[in-house]
Design a protein around this ligand. Sequence first.
Ligand code: HEM
Length: 420
Amino acid sequence: MTEPSENNTPSRRALLGWGGAGLALGAVAAGGAVAATRAGDDAEPAGTDTGAAIPFHGERQAGIATPVQDRLHFAAFDVRTEDRDAFVQMLKDWTEAARRMTAGQAVGDGAYGGLAEAPPDDTGEALGLKPSRLTLTIGFGPSFFDKFGERFGIADARPEALTELPKFAGDNLDRDRSGGDLCVQACADDPQVAVHAIRNLARIGFGKVVVRWSQLGFGKTSSTTPDAQTPRNLFGFKDGTRNISGTETDRLDRHVWVGEKDGPAWMTGGSYLVARRIRMHIETWDRTPLQEQEDIFGRSKGEGAPVGKAKERDKPFLKAMLPDAHVRLAHPDSNGGATILRRGYSFTDGTDGLGRLDAGLFFLAYQRDPRTGFVRIQRNLAKDALNEYIQHVGSALFAVPPGVRDKDDWWGSTLFGKEA
Ligand code: HEM
């Protein structure tokens, strides 16, 4: 990463995606492309400079309202040290590494040329790659306060909104893929850049934190840029049509950013992240008639138009949809106005041993308060027709603090005190 690449064409790695996973889904993606060409009405994706650097410093953490990148590596960590100073120092070291990696630079003194007797500061696999719009976003889980609130002297700073999510109808959660004291969401347009970032943070955290679980995502399922072509999820439907856009500052203030009076001051300007690993039963879906598929979402498969309307962006008329249609039940009008910013990714982690793809949606949603955001909507989705085809198998909640302001600031400074 120290040397900017001269080559503007996407790398072979970027095209192939996650090794076998990318190849396995190549078939799905190719099928979608063929259908789009046949229907002749899907526009080309809007051009983005996929190699650019996204500023790390700012009022908000990048990776929330930022236009969604193509790839994800998400990691949840458990804290292993009981030493407050050591933990704070790790957050500072993480910040410095994140500052460098998001700018396309190697960690510390780089991957080579240093002491022959010591392992290099950077692991090296991102050398020569562009910044690829890498964003790194940190969050603190409820268990962090359960375990370390008293010991680290921050128990009083725990937000009321940071309480474990309730159990929902149909949940089949795997403990080993749920929870976490900390999380880091790495998004980038090159998968190797995202993986490199998480790997190097885990390495810096050695002895202080361990990775509890992690998830790779290969295809964005939501857009925060309405001008771009809406991406499709693994059920083949446009996903993210009615999402909050990254430029709608009013809606972001109302529904995504934590306000001054919402709770402890350290979270002002931050957000709450709900992560759910949702398995999608692709094989069953693929045997479901088109009409039924469209009824389940309440939108058409080709255009993505709401029932009874012609165009994707036409205002949905909810009463025209079946009572258990996903869009009808998830829409703000069915949830007292509840609105979330979705930023999820498709995943496929090989097969499940029964000949089925272990695939689905790694659902990520940001909101001002999870109780009036995700929880409200997910409860209403108990009667969703989609539930026959999906199952929630992992779950986590994180308080995502505001941004790192400048070169002297660090992740968590609002929680631990700038002088810590
Ligand atoms: C695998 C699971 C899921 C799939 C495949 C899926 C797919 C979709 C699709 C295709 C749309 C219509 C296009 C759009 O407006 O984005 C949609 C809308 C939406 N979904 Fe989901 N979704 C899933 C899970 C969830 C969950 C768990 C939630 C929240 C608890 C959720 C909340 C929403 C919301 C808020 C909308 C927009 C409704 C509107 O304003 O019209 N979805 N989803």
